[in-house]
Design a protein around this ligand. Structure first.
Ligand SMILES: NC(=O)c1ccc[n+]([C@@H]2O[C@H](COP(=O)([O-])OP(=O)(O)OC[C@H]3O[C@@H](n4cnc5c(N)ncnc54)[C@H](O)[C@@H]3O)[C@@H](O)[C@H]2O)c1
Length: 370
C-alpha cells in the first residue's frame, strides 16, 4: 500500500501523523511511505530522518494525496485540502464530523472512506486514539486556565493556587473522563479548589477514590451546574458523547450569574462545544468575551505542544495504521471491530449513526454497504 503523510495546514497545527520509526516499520513490511517535505518539522522531525527511515519525500501536497492509497494525518481536512479528496481514498485522521456538515457532505460527495481516530473503540468501551490527545488537552486546560486568569491576559487576576492567607481559585470541571481527570490532576497540583461534575456516578466514585478529599464530585444536572458556575473562576468543559455533538450544558443565561473575568475553557469544542456561547477559536486568536466571561475554545489545543503530542498520538495510532496497511480497510474491519467502529464514511454513505443523527442525515450499517 502507498501511505501518504501530508504536512498539516490547520492554524498552528504542527503535529504529524507518522513518526520516522513508523515509516521504517511500514517500509520493512513492504509498503511505500510518501512524506510531504517539512511534514515533521514542527514536531522536531526532519525530512532527513524520514528519508533515512525509507520514506520518499514529496514536495507538494497535491502530488502526495494523488499518489497515496491511504493518507494518515492529524486534523480533519481543511477547505484547501478538499480538492484532494477522491473516491476510494482511505483517510485515517481525527474527523470530528458531527459538528461539521460541510466537511461531511464533501466526504460523501467525493466517496472518501473516512476512518476517524476519535471513534475507534475497543471492546471495553475505551477510545484509545482519543485518549492521548485528551490527556494532553486536559493537562493544558488547567495550564491555559492559569495563564488566562492573569489580569494582563484578560482574566480576573487570580492565582490558581492562592497563597497562604488568600483562597485558591475555584475550578469547575464538567465531564470527568480523560480530559477532566487530567485537568484535575494539574489544577489540584497547582493548589486550586477543584469540583468535577459528571453524569456517570461510577466515574465519580473512581475520581473520589483517586483524589479523596482533594476534590469535590457532583452529579451532573442543571442545578449543580448552575450553582457551581456562580462560584467558579475557571470552568473546563470536557463532556463527550462519542461521535455526537456535545450537549450544551451551560446556557447563556447562566453566564450572567458568573464572576466577571472568570474563564471558560471549552475543550469539547471539537465536538461543537458544551457551552451555548462557545465557538471554535484558533491558537492565533484563542479568546473572546461573552457577558464579561472570557472564553477559550481552541479546537486543536494539543497542537501547541507538537513534540509531546505527535509522539503521544503516534504511540496510540500506529498499531491501527499497520493493521490498515497490511489488511486494507475492508480486511482490517473484518478482523478488528475497533477499526470498524472508526469508519464514519464509506463509499458515499455515513456509516456512523451518531454523526448522521447530529446532522439529520440518513446512515447505513457498514456491513450493508461493504
Ligand atoms: N479541543 C481539543 O483540542 C481537544 C483535544 C482532545 C480532546 N478533546 C475533546 O474533549 C472532549 C472530552 O474527551 P474525553 O476523552 O475526556 O472523553 P471521555 O469519554 O473520557 O469523557 C467524557 C465524560 O463526559 C461525561 N459526560 C457525558 N455527558 C455528560 C453530562 N451531560 N454531564 C456531565 N458529564 C457528562 C461522561 O460521563 C464522561 O465521563 C471530547 O469532545 C474530545 O473530543 C478536545
Amino acid at each position: 500500500m502507498i501511505i501518504g503523510v501530508p504536512k498539516e495546514v490547520k492554524d498552528h497545527e504542527a503535529r504529524v501523523g507518522l513518526l520516522p520509526s513508523g515509516a521504517k516499520a511500514l517500509v520493512e513490511a513492504g509498503h511505500t511511505v510518501l512524506t510531504q517535505a517539512g511534514a515533521g518539522v514542527g514536531s522536531t522531525l526532519t525530512d532527513e530522518e524520514y528519508r533515512h527511515a525509507g520514506a520518499q519525500i514529496v514536495p507538494m501536497a497535491a502530488e502526495l494525496w494523488s499518489k497515496s492509497d491511504l493518507v494518515v494525518k492529524v486534523k480533519e481536512p481543511q477547505p484547501s485540502e478538499y480538492p484532494f479528496l477522491r473516491p476510494g481514498l482511505v483517510l485515517f485522521t481525527y474527523l470530528h464530523l458531527a459538528p461539521l456538515p460541510e466537511l461531511t457532505d464533501k466526504m460523501l460527495e467525493t466517496r472518501v472512506n473516512g476512518v476517524a481516530y476519535e471513534t475507534i473503540r475497543e471492546a471495553d468501551g475505551s477510545l484509545p486514539l482519543l485518549t492521548p490527545m485528551s490527556e494532553v488537552a486536559g493537562r493544558m486546560a488547567s495550564q491555559v486556565g492559569a495563564q488566562y486568569l492573569e489580569a494582563p491576559m484578560g482574566g480576573r487576576g487570580i492565582l490558581l493556587g492562592g497563597v497562604p492567607g488568600v483562597s485558591p481559585a475555584n475550578v469547575v470541571i464538567i465531564g470527568g473522563g480523560v480530559v477532566g481527570h487530567h485537568a484535575a490532576k494539574i489544577a489540584v497540583g497547582l493548589g486550586a479548589h477543584v469540583t468535577i461534575i459528571d453524569r456517570d456516578l461510577e466515574r465519580l466514585r473512581q475520581l473520589d477514590d483517586i483524589y479523596s478529599s482533594q476534590i469535590v464530585t457532583l452529579a451532573s444536572n442543571e442545578y449543580t451546574i448552575r450553582e457551581s458556575l456562580r462560584l467558579a473562576d475557571l470552568v473546563i468543559g470536557a463532556v463527550l458523547i462519542p461521535g455526537a455533538s456535545a450537549p450544551r450544558l451551560v446556557r447563556r443565561d447562566m453566564l450572567s450569574q458568573m464572576k466577571k473575568g472568570a474563564l471558560m475553557v471549552d475543550v469539547a469544542i471539537d465536538q461543537g462545544g458544551c457551552f451555548e456561547t462557545s465557538h471554535a477559536t484558533t491558537h492565533t486568536d484563542p479568546i473572546y468575551f461573552v457577558d464579561g466571561v472570557l472564553h477559550y475554545c481552541v479546537s486543536n489545543m494539543p497542537a501547541a505542544v507538537p513534540h509531546t503530542s505527535t509522539f503521544a498520538l503516534n504511540n496510540a495510532t500506529f498499531p491501527y495504521l499497520m493493521e490498515l496497511a497490511n489488511r486494507g480497510l475492508e480486511g482490517a474491519c473484518a478482523h478488528s471491530p475497533a477499526i470498524r467502529e472508526g469508519v464514519n464514511t464509506y463509499q458515499g454513505h455515513v456509516v456512523y449513526p451518531a454523526v448522521a443523527e447530529s446532522q439529520g442525515k440518513p446512515w447505513k450499517q457498514f456491513s450493508a454497504v461493504v
